[in-house]
Each structure stands twice: as structure tokens, then as C-alpha cells.
Design a binder for this molecule. Structure first.
Ligand code: ADP
Ligand code: MG
Length: 354
């Protein structure tokens, strides 16, 4: 739909594996001082000196994690990088390098992979990470893309999921549920398009939601902001599977409970109106939608004055003793147990895992 179809179709076989790797990677530049050797040898060489190193990886599979009917390849490349950087930032670390591995069938021409790599390069440039390696192989079915991200953090700054304490405040960045509703809009347009290929979708009312789905950003800015504010979270996680699932991870690993307030959930007006249009409960989606790539963290109450004026940060509840359990306090002031629904419970047609 959105994709700008390339005219030229260069067969991958014409380049050979090494020609292809060279073609795809020749524009990558090294800017990180921790990169000693990037692409071109048997392995990359990195020197992190006295810093701690965080490593994270994600595998995206066509038909499971993305649908090329509405996901332009450039956006896919961008998103594959972002989902990994988000995990690095969730450790309160700064990302420094990535590797990118792809498996492709011969139904993809070179021009398609150029698109994919232009998205990878855009994300690497914007977030200032070096692409230092990868692997390229063929696939008999669809497209697979796996990104591994590395980053650095000092021992003092690293934040785990397990440090939340009773009375800590629960804070989330940005707003929630947008990426899931963006996917609902795109799925609906795909169905309409199947019935009537001439239909011109009006996506104008959903631009923010579609962007949240197709071009998510990772909250590097928040890691920097927290450092500037001299706030070290007691626990942190990124919101990839859905808010309630992430809160439950923090609570279980920290051995605490929590009260989460429905009326505090940060929701974009476009998200609210689209939920109404689809006749879906906005709280359910905000709690279980997933793919928002915001950061969820806990802070000591003493740090509240430092964050309270910031429009990027919303206090959505607080941590309790484990014995109090994990609850959502509804607008009607009733307490209901928090459940991790994630993707699978929302729809039996989508099966997405973090
Ligand atoms: P090997 O045979 O040791 O796996 P390759 O020929 O696959 O080596 O890779 C050569 C170089 O190109 C290595 O530095 C590798 O990390 C890099 N590379 C291979 N495929 C990709 C890719 N898809 N994206 C980025 N770098 C890649
Ligand atoms: Mg290889």
C-alpha cells in the first residue's frame, strides 16, 4: 500500500553471496570508539575497556512478526533495529553496535534488500550505532531478520528488572496502545483491499497510530534525560509485550506487588477515538497491546520532584508489598487483579512474541 515499488528487479543469484554482502554493507561507517574492527573479517573486534557490556537479540519472522502486505521493507529494517535498541536502553545502557543477519528467498530481488538495508542504516545513523557484522543465507520460505545489539553501561548505572521496592512510584514514558491500534487499522485496510483493490484508503485519521506500528522509536532520550535529572530507576523494562505483562515481570522479579491506576494511563486522543470506532476497550489495549517500545520503570518517592514536571513521564501507580498482590484500580475505584494477556489473548489470528 505504502511501498514505493521498485521498477528494477536484479536477481540475487547474479551477485553471489559475497557480492551481495559487499553491496549491502559498503555504506556502513564506523563511528564508535569501542569498534576496533567492523565488517570484513571473520569476526568484529570491540574494546569496551572498563565498561560493562549488554547484549540482546531478536528474531523477526515473516508471517509471524510482520506482514509485507503493509510493512514496507524499509520500515521493517528500521523496526528490526529499534526493537533491539529498546532492550539496550531498558538496561539504562547506551547502544554502540549491532549485527544484522538475514535469510531470504529468491523471490526478493536485490532492490528489496536495498530497501531493507536503507531502513537499517537510517536507524543505525539516527541512534549512532555501528553495524559491525551479520550473516546472509537463503530461505526456502519467507524473510527472516535477526538483529543483535550491544551497548555499554557502568556498573553503577545498570538497571535490572528486580530492584523495585514497596512505595516506589511506577512510571511510564510516552503513551500506550498506539502500535496495536495501528496494526488493527492496517489489517482492516488489507481486508478492504482484498475485496476491492481499487479502493483508496483514507488513513489520515490514523497517521499517529500507523507510525507507532510501522516506525516505532526507542527511548534513547529517556536514558539521557534520567541521567541529566540524576534519577536512577530502581527497576526498568521496555514495553514490548504490553504494559501489564511488563509490570508483572518487574513485580515478580522484584518480589513486590503494585497498584496501577486506570485513570492515569497515558493515551493519545487518536488512540482513544480509534478504540471507540473499533468498539474496543481502550484500557484493555493500553494494558495488553504491545509493541509500544516505551520504557516502564520504578523510582524512589524521593525522586518524584525531579520528574513530575516532565511531559514525557507519567506516574501510573506505585509498588506495594508482595502480599498485597498486583492490581488495577479502575475508574470506579474497584481493584481487579492484573493479568498478563499479551498478544495471544487479544487475537487468535495474531501470534506475536516479544
Ligand atoms: P563467514 O563466512 O565468516 O560467516 P561472511 O562471508 O558471512 O563470513 O561475512 C563476511 C563479513 O560480512 C563478516 O564481517 C560478516 O559479519 C559480514 N556480514 C555478512 N552478512 C552480513 C549482513 N547481512 N549484514 C551485515 N554484515 C554482514
Ligand atoms: Mg557468514
Amino acid at each position: 500500500m505504502i511501498e514505493d515499488k521498485n521498477q528494477q528487479r536484479t536477481d540475487l543469484g547474479a551477485l553471489g553471496e559475497f557480492g551481495l554482502i559487499d553491496h549491502l554493507t559498503k555504506h556502513f561507517k564506523i563511528t564508535q570508539e569501542t569498534t576496533v574492527k567492523g565488517i570484513g573479517d571473520d569476526a568484529a573486534v570491540l574494546d569496551f575497556k572498563d565498561k560493562q557490556v549488554v547484549v540482546t537479540t531478536d528474531l523477526l519472522v515473516e508471517g509471524v512478526h510482520f506482514d509485507l502486505a503493509y510493512m514496507p521493507l524499509k520500515h521493517l529494517g528500521y523496526k528490526a533495529v529499534i526493537v533491539n535498541l529498546s532492550d539496550v536502553y531498558a538496561m539504562n545502557a547506551m547502544a554502540t553496535q549491532i549485527t544484522v543477519s538475514i535469510a531470504v528467498s529468491n523471490r526478493f530481488p536485490l532492490e528489496a534488500l536495498e530497501e531493507l538495508y536503507s531502513g537499517i542504516q537510517a536507524a543505525a545513523d539516527l541512534y549512532n550505532v555501528d553495524v559491525v557484522g551479520g550473516d546472509t543465507t537463503s530461505s526456502t520460505t519467507g524473510l527472516l531478520i535477526s538483529v543483535t545489539a550491544m551497548g555499554t553501561v557502568t556498573q553503577d548505572d545498570v538497571v535490572y528488572r528486580n530492584g523495585a521496592k514497596p512505595n516506589d512510584l511506577l512510571v511510564v514514558t510516552g503513551d500506550l496502545g498506539g502500535a496495536y491500534m495501528g496494526l488493527q487499522v492496517l489489517e482492516r485496510e488489507k481486508q478492504v483491499f482484498k475485496v476491492n483493490p481499487k479502493s483508496q484508503p483514507d488513513l489520515e485519521p490514523y497517521t499517529y497510530l500507523i507510525e507507532r506500528q510501522l516506525k516505532p522509536e526507542a527511548r534513547k532520550d529517556i536514558v539521557k534525560l534520567l541521567k541529566d535529572l540524576e534519577v536512577k530507576p530502581t527497576a526498568m523494562i521496555d514495553v514490548s509485550d504490553g504494559l501489564s505483562s511488563e509490570i508483572i515481570h518487574i513485580c515478580k522479579q522484584s518480589e513486590v506487588g503494585c497498584d496501577l491506576y486506570e485513570n492515569k494511563l497515558p493515551l493519545d486522543p487518536q488512540f482513544i477515538s480509534t478504540c471507540e470506532e473499533f468498539d474496543i476497550d481502550s484500557t484493555t489495549i493500553a494494558l495488553s497491546g504491545g509493541e509500544d517500545y516505551e520504557l516502564l520503570f520504578t523510582i524512589s518517592q524521593d525522586d518524584y520532584p525531579k520528574i513530575k514536571a516532565n511531559p514525557n513521564l507519567t506516574v501510573i501507580g506505585y509498588i506495594t508489598e508482595a502480599s498485597a498482590g498486583m492490581h488495577l484500580v479502575t475508574r470506579a475505584e474497584t481493584k481487579i487483579p492484573l493479568k498478563a494477556q499479551g498478544w495471544n489473548a487479544l487475537s487468535n489470528t495474531t501470534d506475536k512474541e516479544g
